[in-house]
Design a protein around this ligand. Structure first.
Ligand SMILES: [Zn+2]
Length: 120
């Protein structure tokens, strides 16, 4: 999650929160089935939204969204419509996104896979 979060840092995580009411750009802890592990991710898309990320630019329902402090990757070209109770999560560093366990690689995250909300 560089350049905003670095390995070895500690964060306050709220475990009592409503996973249905997360907002765009919230930082969350998500459970990953593939590694049976948890990862720190940023909420990018919320239920039923159309998410596109093309040439380093994020679009939500066709509208350009400015993301601050993100390492972009102009080679990513993705477009997806979220179902109910799904979030689209990404890492802040998308340079080597093939190694990121996020929605670019493993698809949207179900709401019950969000285990905590990070408070900064
Ligand atoms: Zn994973």
């Amino acid at each position: 999650m560089e350049p905003n979060f670095f390995p070895g840092e500690f964060y306050l995580v709220k475990r009592k929160f409503n996973p249905y009411l997360l907002e765009r750009f919230d930082i969350v802890i998500v459970h990953c089935d593939k590694h049976n592990s948890i990862h720190l991710k940023r909420i990018i898309g919320i239920y039923s939204e159309k998410i596109s990320y093309k040439k380093g630019i994020l679009y939500i329902n066709g509208k350009k969204i400015l993301e601050k402090n993100v390492i972009h990757n102009k080679n990513i070209n993705i477009s997806i419509i979220l179902a109910e109770n799904e979030y689209f999560v990404m890492s802040d560093n998308r340079e080597n996104y093939n190694f990121n366990c996020d929605s670019l690689n493993t698809g949207p995250v179900k709401v019950d896979h969000v285990l905590g909300k990070v408070i900064i």
